[in-house]
Design a protein around this ligand. Sequence first.
Ligand code: 6PG
Length: 511
Amino acid sequence: MNNQNQLYDIGVIGLGVMGKNLALNIADNQYKVAAFDLDEHKVQDTVQQEERERKQYLKQVTEPRILGCNNLSEMLSKLEKPRVLLLSVPAGAPVDGVCKSLIEAGIESDDIVIDTGNSLWTDTVEREQRYNKDFLFFSCAVSGGEVGARFGPSLMPSGSLTAWNRIEPIWQAIAAKVDAKTGLPIERFEPGNPVIEGEPCTTYIGPAGSGHYVKMVHNGIEYADMQLICEAYQLLNQGLGLSPAEVGDVFERWNQGSLNSYLMEISADVLKQADPLTGAPLVEMILDKAGQKGTGLWTAVSSLQIGCPAPTIAEAVYARAISTQKGQRQQLSQLLSGPNEMLKLSDPQAFIDQLENALYCAKVSCYAQGFQLMAMQAKEQAWQLDFAEIAKIWRAGCIIRATFLQSITQAYQQDSKLENLLMAESFAKGLSDKQNDWRIAVSTAVMGGIPAPCISSALAYYDSYRSATLPASLLQGQRDYFGAHTFERTDKPVGEKYHLNWSSDRSLNKV
Ligand code: 6PG
């Protein structure tokens, strides 16, 4: 930068994959960025990439759009006040480490610090209070991985409205965009050339912590959606004997219909990839032990704590856990009996179509669980979450982007108080029409000895909600029997408690 006194619009701290790409995205949108990382190579790498891209794609721009800083004090001196600082550091202690260093470096009380990592939402609530007197702590959960960060992520900001009003134009500019008429993503992956038309995939979510909570649930749904696709792969591969590439073809076809999604698209791509070392299908060379960073687990834990059924999300976390027990699985595969041969189906093509419907139903069920969880937590925390807006900003940029998010948007636009997505007319009808295929898929998996924990738990969720009566009556009887825990009666006012003297005269007492 020739002009030494020029002030920069935003500081980006942490130039790993996400930080670097967010910085480049912001620069493409004509904001001037000051960048810092403890690792000076990352600073150089970011500055050099900006230079390469500018020279190749923006010949008319001669001045660097990103300034590499040597330390936080230098960064603070280069920023327009009140300053805006975007943190892209790992969740947990590193966030507090940077906040502490910023205080030491002289950050001021009206400066804004935005945590864009996958922080635990309760940490965010706590941090907003803790740093209140030093600066405005704001948070913005980001989804979309490397490419999303670079060319348009889905952004879930929450916290101080003063901070939001200040950063909103930048956020709108860098977010993924959706065509307002079709609801489909507007995709353009070229440096220096941002998408400016369309609806930006960002909206103010609510008070501190709510954005990270919504992102956490996004990830819980992501875990479930990924596992559902994996179960369909195993049924087609192990059950029907289709090769990975053939399953990839099936997924490509499904991706043209109601299952159209980014995760379906990349799954087809992964399945068709050959291993560069052996030439075998790459998926057969990848060790079947799933990793996880924890957000799916947090979603499942939160659902249990709050008493919101999210069995498919929890099953997806368990599926990853069981996958890591490779040794035990190998041992038990020799010990436990069950069907091992391929499925004997009279019409395999008909089964593929039934599985497509089953997957669609299971997907709706798992999104219903995620949205219900957000609704229950919102009630508990007194957050006014706008679910139509949340579905809208997930239509592009994020990992779970899917055409079907447009239908969820419409369902919440029609009824913002919708208690459960299964109650929306379009979904209720779609699932009712397809549920038989769902049952065929689940029973085929069960009889074929192929685990399908998410497809089947999603069906159990559907069946549980369609049951006006559940055997919890017996359960209450059991609890009263051994623990005198009392029960309510179907013929008496809600809240009136009864106990039967099981061990003596079996008389009924109102408690
Ligand atoms: C996203 C992703 C991302 C996720 C990582 C790791 O929305 O961009 O959800 O935030 O945390 O991809 O996820 P794992 O838990 O599977 O490692």
